[in-house]
Design a protein around this ligand. Structure first.
Ligand code: ZN
Length: 136
C-alpha cells in the first residue's frame, strides 16, 4: 500500500467512524495524526498475547512529547492506556472497550498484523466474539 492509498484508507475509516461513533471521531482523527507522525512504537508481546505499545502526542507547540503505554489483548478484548483521558474514563466506551487516541494510533500501527475489536467496530459495527472465535 503506497502513501496515497494509505491516506485514502485512513480518511475512509475516519468517515466510517464519524458516521457510526460520532463520540469517537475527534480521538480517531488524533490517533491517525499520531500514527502518521510515527509516534507509536510496538514494544512487545507477552505470553498471554497482550501487545504493548508506547504512544505519544500530539504535543502542544514547544512542549516535549509525553509517552503513554497502551496494552491490547485481542483474545480477551482488553484495551488499556496509561493516559489521563483513559484513566479518568473520559475516553468513549464503544462496544466493550474504551478508546483514547493512543489506542487508536496503536491499533493503526498493528493493523496489518492484527485485525481486532476496533477494526470490526469501525468497519462492520459489530462486536466480534472474544477468545479466538473471530471469523476473519
Ligand atoms: Zn491514551
Amino acid at each position: 500500500m503506497n502513501k496515497s492509498q494509505l491516506d485514502q484508507r485512513l480518511a475512509g475509516n475516519l468517515q466510517l467512524c464519524a458516521e457510526k461513533y460520532p463520540e469517537l471521531e475527534s480521538r480517531y482523527g488524533k490517533g491517525i495524526a499520531i500514527y502518521k507522525d510515527g509516534n507509536v512504537e510496538s514494544v512487545g508481546r507477552d505470553s498471554r498475547e497482550t501487545c504493548y505499545y508506547t504512544v505519544a502526542g500530539p504535543a502542544p507547540t514547544g512542549k516535549p512529547l509525553v509517552w503513554y503505554t497502551v496494552e491490547i489483548n485481542e483474545k480477551t478484548q482488553v484495551y488499556t492506556c496509561s493516559c489521563p483521558d483513559w484513566q479518568m474514563k473520559h475516553a468513549p466506551e464503544i462496544g466493550i472497550a474504551r478508546f483514547c487516541k493512543h489506542i487508536v494510533a496503536a491499533k493503526l500501527e498493528a493493523k496489518h498484523g492484527q485485525y481486532g475489536l476496533l477494526e470490526a467496530l469501525i468497519e462492520t459495527g459489530d462486536v466480534p466474539a472474544a477468545e479466538g472465535q473471530h471469523a476473519f
